[in-house]
Design a protein around this ligand. Structure first.
Ligand code: URP
Ligand code: ZN
Ligand code: ZN
Length: 467
């Protein structure tokens, strides 16, 4: 099947340019000058011509941080790989990297097999896995190397959630040493969970049970402190470090200092930290539960620093940390005790649109929008240049994006399997109109025309952002 995309402005991380794009089966085979004789000959041979006039033609977005069907706090996040990847496609995301979980007492292999079982045959778009290591021991350290050979090249550890995912500094150091020898990247949930648990216990003893206390018991200093500690441990081990879901200026300062020293330290932030704040967590009644995630939403004033971090590349990219729990069934488990509210926000459908508002607001350039949502994720997670760029030879993951289409984000119209939207009522300008996943059209005319199981598991290479 040959598809010609004509009349659009191609936007890569390097910036915009006018070009028509020829797709043959799963691959982008050529870019041509609009109206040139070459392009006219492509038109004659095309099975399908997509008119992208007045629109951008961008690489399919890559969400490097999702949690489909994730067990948490006695329940599961509500998007399956089928519903979550379909919703992602609606928003112009054509690859997700989800987190497989090693539970305590089990092997990495068991965890990875379980996640393959959940995803295999169900995904609308391509997918890969990071591995959460929650039981660092001799066997799991050895298994880390085996997983690298299978294309799982990044491992998340937690300084938070004692008794569940938490690892001690010694365990973290060992995992980092292992990564240093294999070339894998260690991803870190950097919050001081031991200190947080003390603050949580004290708050509950004082009768402070509302959702806003979730934020007040996870102060920004404890994210800054943990980020600093993770950076020092990675320096000692000689391993690259990737800080996930960075929310606090205090943590960003630590990342900036390490990068200025030339250390291979990277960080992502998420749309919720750029657009939502502790005021949402403090909404009246139990409404704030919709905004409970960790690290928590910070004061609005922090958002300026995060946008600056994205401009200066101290924040390398934006992922969603999509981890949806229904308000009714799940968030309400924490009525009367904020610590029982499952942590996580829905977002996989709206990252591209939300970060495009950064272009509309003048915070980032068009090229940087593509960079932080597609190109750098592809490089960081070993998928470039197969993914993350409109170029001959790359997978035909292509989004036609109308920069002038306005729409309102709402649970009534979104495609995620969750009963609320964290961005309910927000008007955005910009929308994916046609989405191709490896050359197959998956979204057009506001409809899903893909199929569950078309998405393939991606064996990823090593981190391509190392300096
Ligand atoms: O609140 C969050 N972030 N939930 C998902 C799990 C994690 O720590 O990423
Ligand atoms: Zn985390
Ligand atoms: Zn997460």
């Amino acid at each position: 099947m040959k598809i010609l995309i004509t009349g659009g402005t191609v936007v890569n991380a390097s910036g915009p340019f006018e070009a028509d794009v020829l797709v043959n089966d799963e691959i982008i085979v050529a870019l041509g000058a609009p109206d040139s004789p070459t392009v006219e000959s492509w038109r004659e041979g095309a099975d399908r011509v997509i008119d992208a006039s007045g629109q951008y033609v961008i690489p399919g977005a890559i969400d490097g941080h999702t949690h489909m069907e994730m067990p948490f706090g006695g329940t599961y996040s509500v998007d399956t790989f089928e519903t979550g990847t379909r919703a992602a496609a609606f928003g112009g995301t054509t690859t997700i990297i989800d987190f497989a979980i090693q539970s305590k007492g089990n092997s990495l292999r068991q965890g990875l097999d379980t996640w393959h079982g959940k995803a295999d045959g169900n995904c609308a778009i391509d997918y890969g896995f990071h591995m959460i290591v929650s039981d660092v021991n001799e066997q799991s350290l050895k298994e880390m190397d085996q997983l690298v050979d299978e294309g799982v090249t990044s491992f998340k550890l937690f300084m938070a959630y004692p008794g569940v995912f938490y690892s001690t500094d010694g365990e973290i150091l060992q995992a980092m040493q292992q990564a240093s020898s294999s070339g894998a990247t260690i991803m870190m949930h950097a919050e001081n969970g031991i200190a947080i648990d003390v603050l949580v216990g004290q708050a509950l003893a004082r009768g402070e049970s509302d959702p806003k206390f979730h934020g007040l018991t996870r102060p920004a200093q404890l994210e800054g402190e943990a980020t600093h500690r993770a950076i020092v441990l990675a320096r000692v081990a000689g391993a690259p470090l990737y800080v996930v879901h960075l929310s606090a200026s205090e943590a960003l300062e630590e990342v900036i200092m390490a990068r200025d020293l030339g250390q291979n330290v990277f960080a992502e932030t998420c749309p919720q930290y750029l657009f939502l704040s502790d005021q949402d967590l403090a909404r009246p009644g139990f409404e704030g539960a919709k905004y409970v995630c960790s690290p928590p939403l910070r004061p609005e004033s922090y958002q300026t620093n995060l946008w600056r971090g994205l401009r200066t590349d101290d924040l390398s990219l934006v992922s969603t940390d999509h981890c949806p729990f229904c308000f009714k069934e799940h968030k309400e488990m924490g009525i009367g005790n904020f610590s029982k509210i499952p942590n996580g926000l829905p977002g996989v459908e709206h990252r591209l649109d939300l970060i495009f508002q950064g272009v509309n607001m003048g915070e980032i350039s068009l090229g940087r929008w593509v960079d932080v949502t597609a190109t750098t994720p592809a490089q960081m997670f070993g998928l470039f240049p197969k993914k993350g760029v409109i170029a001959p030879g790359s997978d035909a993951d292509v989004v036609v994006y109308d920069p002038n289409a306005t729409h309102t984000i709402s649970a009534a119209t979104h495609h995620m399997n969750v009963d609320y939207s964290a961005y309910e009522g927000m008007q955005v300008r910009g929308k994916a109109t046609t989405v191709l996943s490896r050359g197959a059209i998956v979204i057009e005319n506001d409809s899903y025309v893909g199929s569950a199981g078309a998405g393939k598991f991606l064996e990823r290479g090593l981190n391509g952002c190392l300096r």
